[in-house]
Design a protein around this ligand. Structure first.
Ligand code: SF4
Ligand code: SF4
Ligand code: FES
Length: 359
């Protein structure tokens, strides 16, 4: 028989109801109670490795990881106490002491500021445990997209898990243990020689900037503040939400929108890295028409559109309406697609229309 009684815990002195299966961290987040995390990404299976999210539970001698502990009725939970805060600060000092420096440019990736922000919040001493370091940077990986700066790696395994759980690619994994821990590919080769699809999800979930967006980093020293503008990827019909990164009105990078309804933080290689065309010198800045010698030359929109209209009229007259065929680009918005089909159907009396974004 199912009990009609609702289940409750006491969270920092307040009664809170919960659903079966919810973790203490999820309940706290719902209540807008901040618990620090490093190995947590809401899209991934909770892993419980960084131990930063520890909370105290009455009746349990040692603190428990809130990201992996499911709530049970009657639990009394404290998310903060002098002992817990001291524990978190020491943990941060241990991971921070392993890294060459904590401050990294936000252009490295979406989550790249997480460790630095926590170190600042806790005023953690980044040199307290200086000594052996884990993770060797892979300088020889000459792929054009992803910097593998593993000197900054804290072994949270978010990259490995997002690659497996979200991308389904299993391109990277963990070699060795302890100070010898290393994120690596099969046979320790380059990403280009692995099954990596360069989706960039490992870059965007990395909380230290150890994995970084090489293309966005080209603008690290450019003047201006980083501005984020929400948009939709123009490449195909899925409609992934993106945040366009700009400096002084120049597009410098792309980050996936973690709350994008179609993609929830995922992108493919094109949406993530193929944005150079936007400001490319070869991009057409004005219409071109062929002159009498057959060479392309710049002209005005009025002249170019008149020339196109003449071409349509000539095709209709010579070959009939079935000679007219309209194809919309995958980069056009729905409104432009609608106009194209209306133009072909109403203007020429044919249903010969198509669109390349049928993904
Ligand atoms: S590279 Fe980044 S995401 Fe991967 S384990 Fe290291 S710190 Fe975590
Ligand atoms: S870019 Fe994508 S496929 Fe390649 S290692 Fe990172 S998560 Fe895996
Ligand atoms: S966030 Fe819970 S153990 Fe890392």
């Amino acid at each position: 028989m199912v009990s009609s009684q609702s289940s409750n815990i006491t969270l920092d002195g307040e009664p809170v109801s919960f659903s079966a299966g919810e973790t203490l961290y999820e309940i706290a987040k719902r209540q807008e109670t901040i618990i620090p995390t490093l190995c947590y990404d809401p899209r991934l299976e909770a892993f419980g490795s960084c131990r930063l999210c520890m909370v105290e539970v009455d009746g349990i001698r040692n603190p428990v990881a809130s990201c992996t502990t499911k709530a049970s009725d009657g639990m009394v939970v404290r998310t903060t106490s002098p002992a817990i805060e001291k524990h978190r600060k020491v943990l941060l000092e241990m991971v921070a002491s392993e890294n060459p420096d904590i401050a990294v440019d936000p252009l490295r990736g979406y989550a790249s500021q997480e460790l630095g922000t926590l170190v600042d919040d806790y005023r953690a001493d980044t040199g307290r445990f200086k000594g052996r370091q884990s993770g060797q940077s892979f300088q020889d990986d000459d792929n054009p997209f992803i910097l593998r700066d593993y000197d900054r790696c804290i072994s949270c395994y978010r990259c490995v898990r997002v690659c497996a759980e979200q991308e389904g690619d299993y391109a990277i994994n963990i070699r060795n243990r302890g100070f010898n821990t290393q994120i690596t590919t099969e046979f320790s080769g380059t990403l280009k020689d692995s099954s990596c699809t360069f989706c960039g999800q490992c870059v965007q979930t990395c909380p230290t900037g150890a994995l970084a967006d090489k293309k966005a980093m080209r603008a690290e020293n450019d003047p201006g503040e980083i501005k984020k503008t929400r948009s939709v990827c123009p490449y195909c019909g899925v409609g992934c939400s993106v945040d366009l990164l700009s400096k002084d009105d120049r597009l410098v990078g792309v980050q996936p929108a973690m709350d994008g309804p179609a993609n929830q933080g995922a992108l493919c290689i094109k949406g993530q890295f193929a944005f150079d065309f936007v400001q490319h010198n070869d991009r057409l800045g004005s219409p071109l028409i062929r002159n009498e010698a057959g060479e392309l030359e710049k002209t005005s929109w009025e002249i170019a559109l008149d020339r196109a209209a003449d071409g349509f009229r000539e095709a209709m007259k010579t070959h009939g309406r079935q000679s007219i065929y309209g194809v919309a680009s995958g980069r056009t918005p729905s409104e432009a697609d609608y106009m194209m089909q209306k133009f072909i159907r109403a203007g020429f009396g044919t249903n010969q229309i198509d669109n390349c974004s049928r993904a």
